[in-house]
Design a protein around this ligand. Sequence first.
Ligand code: HEC
Length: 168
Amino acid sequence: MKYVFILTLLVVAAAAGLWLTAVVIRWNDNMTQTPRIMPGERVFSMPAGVVPRGGEMTIPREQRDIAAKRPNPVKSSPGSVALGRERYVTFCVPCHGSEAKGGTTGPVATKFIPTPDLTNAELQRQRTDGYWHSYIVVGGAVMPAYGEALSSHEAWHIVNYLRSVAQK
Ligand code: HEC
């Protein structure tokens, strides 16, 4: 009788052990085997002419002349310049230098391509706000585009900052 009891106990223990193992294996497996969607892995083409909610039309680089005509919707103010400066420091200093003086004042520019002096009065006069906004959003001849890192609004703030450092 005693053996029957022990045997039952063993069977129950074995079943519990098996069940627990199954749970652990499935848990670990789930954690590592679930499918991941990596950014940019799947690209859904959008119907022509649609604009994402809260977004705006991006004018391609080839149509810079059209983008150059856009007026700056963000009025320059100390707040706007400060925000523009903050974004400039984050994204642009590596190539354009902390004072926007270009050349090789940016640590990356020494190994990349020396950048133009953005404070230059002549360049500042030639370029419209829209032109520089377009440069930031869709990039330049070799300059990378920042449309994915910055909102269009932030790009206008940066333009306001650049205007504030113009040489007189
Ligand atoms: C990887 C280096 C790099 C970074 C980062 C970079 N730029 Fe540039 N930028 C360049 C180079 C090189 C040029 C000149 C060649 C060209 O036109 O592409 C340039 C040109 C420009 C011009 C001059 C356009 C003109 O001819 O009037 C402006 C304005 C400008 N950049 C603004 C910015 C701003 C604002 C940022 C940050 C959001 C930024 N850049 C980030 C490399 C960079």
